[in-house]
Design a protein around this ligand. Structure first.
Ligand SMILES: Cc1cc2nc3c(=O)[nH]c(=O)nc-3n(C[C@H](O)[C@H](O)[C@H](O)COP(=O)(O)OP(=O)(O)OC[C@H]3O[C@@H](n4cnc5c(N)ncnc54)[C@H](O)[C@@H]3O)c2cc1C
Ligand SMILES: Cc1cc2nc3c(=O)[nH]c(=O)nc-3n(C[C@H](O)[C@H](O)[C@H](O)COP(=O)(O)O)c2cc1C
Length: 598
């Protein structure tokens, strides 16, 4: 009897034998590294094994990343450290500055890339993504590769860009040395295990004498920056100074201004950064969940190895206010349902189905008996929500401000509330603290030179980072000129921070402001109309080197504003469509056109 057969049941041994008999040499190596990585993460005592030195190439591994909000960049840096710690020669390359024509010369590439927009590459990955799909795409028969894709399964095009890279590199002839890893928002642990095992395979390809990297763990390193003190796992608990309604009398929609105390060097931020808040679910939805499932709030359940009441798990740990495809798939495994199954198979329609549906709807529409243990297995862990920070740390030391639109809507005969925005609008100011950490956003920054003109375009809460920008610039004596375009529904109730903007105009911190309110007149007026009306002057600012910013709604506003910008460049620059598009691409490459849209 082998040692393994003493450890495993007959069924497990049978499964293992079946699996290993189908694996290629690369796959065997990858799986061994993967298991070693898992062992190390679970505090196991995995043994370091020297990688076989079959290959003799002296090349190093290229860790090539495309990231927007820093998660992929943080992982890429972590991969570099893990590689170096195990003696594997590796270099870090950002897709944004990578020379696309060098791709063919790369022999071993670990790609780490996220997805943004609605299934599109982050800006830094766009050129390379286009290149590998274009006419000039190179043959890559001598390249080994593996892809780690970052995404969020609440988006319909989950990890699309990573999947594209994985598929297309193979089509170009490259050799996949590890299966793609598609990571959801809780990516840290699976990503680290995958990186460890994948580095082991690359070590062999490179003929490196590196130790098997599967046993490495890099827990000291946060994701998104070199050292992150506060994170999703360890948020800062911020006391609340103040909460103000920004809508005056309007009770239909609400936007709140929140002032939190940071008072701690570990929560430092820059204008343009976002804050991530970890919410508690509202008591309203918890009651509805208990009613729809018939479960007992006091029943004991286990979440992440900790025993607690179902009520506590519903309040703190699980996503209730929105459902994703994976939740519905797990539901269908428990309670097969032909009609729902049919719906899930039509992605475009299913996207519509999911919008505005929560877990309560799923049970109302498909009544099912379920145990508390099975119920919590259905759900995703609750995720932090991002908010653009609306204060400048230089102008408001020890403070961090947010501008939050409260999500309340009617659907399927129920009134529904967004989890985080309602948590922030209801939280007891004196007694409770807000769990928060910073998400650095290096792609939404004021120009280095303070004298450079800026044009800020935003709708609704898209105004938030501009308040931070102008607070910051107000402190500078040599500030350049600045122009704000702001849109919302009604002048009277939804002109967010109106008095402050007028003061900024008076002080000269803001040079110009144009506003558009879509529901005040007969005709709908949006920010893009104001841009077109100011076409000649805007182009002049552009030619003078102004930086352009777009913030707020991704689905309509951002696209319409970019179309308006294209028209302005065509008209005022007397350029054809192609040349105007090139002008915009150049602006993006020079980081003079920056977007923060959601
Ligand atoms: C980088 C970034 C910056 C952001 N900055 C800000 C900011 O400064 N201010 C701000 O307010 N938000 C901002 N957001 C959005 C914010 O992160 C949250 O998504 C938002 O507050 C909603 O979260 P919630 O938990 O309240 O709602 P959730 O519980 O997440 O519910 C949202 C879900 O409700 C449904 N839904 C919402 N409205 C409707 C409707 N009218 N009809 C039908 N269904 C609907 C949809 O299914 C939606 O997915 C930002 C997002 C990103 C990514
Ligand atoms: C505005 C926005 C749009 C996004 N769109 C998608 C998407 O379409 N598909 C997806 O899988 N993930 C999407 N995501 C999730 C990101 O890919 C995920 O947060 C990832 O960890 C970001 O990695 P990065 O910081 O390296 O860019 C989106 C995130 C944001 C903020």
């Amino acid at each position: 009897m082998s040692i393994i057969s003493g450890l495993l049941s007959a069924e497990q041994l049978d499964q293992l034998t079946k699996l290993t008999s189908t694996l290629s040499k690369d796959q065997q190596l990858w799986v061994s590294g993967y298991l070693a990585g898992l062992g190390a993460q679970q505090g196991g005592n995995a043994l370091a094994q020297p990688a076989s030195a079959a290959a003799s190439s002296q090349d190093s591994l290229t860790i090539l990343y495309g990231s927007r909000t820093g998660n992929g960049e943080g992982l890429a840096k972590k991969a570099l450290r893990l590689a170096e710690a195990s003696g594997l020669k590796a270099v870090l390359k950002n897709m944004e500055t990578f020379k696309i024509r060098d791709l063919q010369a790369e022999k071993n590439v670990l790609v780490i890339v996220s997805t943004h927009g609605d299934g599109v590459p982050p800006f830094s990955a766009q050129e390379l993504h286009e290149y590998i799909y274009g006419k000039r795409a190179p043959k890559l028969a001598t390249t080994n590769f593996a892809v780690l894709a970052l995404g969020d399964s609440s988006y319909f095009q989950f990890c699309k860009t990573g999947k594209d890279f994985d598929e297309q590199l193979e089509k170009l002839g490259a050799n996949r040395v590890a299966p793609i890893l598609t990571c959801d928002l809780d990516f840290e642990e699976p990503a680290e295990a995958w990186i460890n095992s994948t580095l082991t395979v690359f070590a062999e390809k490179l003929g490196s004498s590196a130790n098997a990297v599967g046993i490495q763990s890099d827990a000291s390193v946060g994701v998104g920056s070199e050292v992150v003190k506060y994170s999703k796992k360890n948020p800062f608990k911020a006391p609340i100074f103040e909460r103000i309604s920004l809508h005056g009398q309007s009770d239909e929609r609400q936007t709140i201004h929140l002032e939190l105390a940071t008072d701690d060097a570990g929560l430092s931020y820059e204008p343009g950064d976002s804050a991530a808040i970890i919410p508690l679910n509202t008591k309203k939805i918890i009651d509805e969940v208990l009613q729809a499932t018939g479960l007992d709030a006091q029943e004991e359940v286990t979440v992440n190895g900790i025993n607690k009441t179902l009520y506590s798990a519903l309040r703190r740990d699980l996503e209730l206010s929105k459902i994703t495809t994976d939740v519905v798939k797990r539901f269908l495994e428990l309670a097969p349902n032909a009609e729902l199954q049919k719906q899930i198979e039509d992605p475009a329609k299913f996207k519509e189905y999911l919008y505005g549906r929560d877990i309560v709807d799923l049970f109302h529409e498909n009544p099912t008996k379920i145990t508390a243990a099975d119920f919590i297995k259905l759900l995703r862990p609750i995720q932090p929500r991002s908010y653009s920070i609306s204060s400048s740390p230089a102008a408001c030391p020890g403070e961090l401000h947010l501008t939050v639109s409260v999500v309340n809507y009617e659907k399927s005969g129920r009134s529904k509330r967004g989890a985080c925005s309602n948590y922030l609008s209801e939280i007891a100011l004196e007694e409770e603290h807000v769990p928060i950490f910073i998400e650095s956003n290096p792609n939404f920054r004021l120009p280095q030179n303070e004298e450079t003109p800026i044009v800020m375009i935003g709708a609704g809460t898209g105004i938030a980072p501009y308040r931070a920008f102008i607070q910051h610039r107000e402190l500078s004596e040599k500030r350049g000129k600045s122009w704000l375009f702001f849109g919302n529904r009604n002048f009277e109730t939804e002109f967010l921070y109106q008095a402050e903007w007028h003061n900024f105009l008076k002080s000269g911190a803001l040079s110009k402001m144009n506003v558009a309110f879509s529901r005040d007149g007969e005709k709908k007026e949006y920010v893009q109309h104001r841009l077109i009306e100011n076409s000649a002057e805007l182009f002049k600012w552009l030619e003078e080197g102004a930086h352009f910013y777009i913030c707020g709604d991704m689905n309509n506003m951002a696209g319409d504003v970019q179309k308006a910008l294209l028209k302005i460049i065509e008209k005022e620059g007397s350029l054809n469509r192609e040349k105007a598009e090139e002008y915009i691409t150049k602006l993006q490459r020079e980081k003079r056109l920056q977007l923060d849209v959601y």
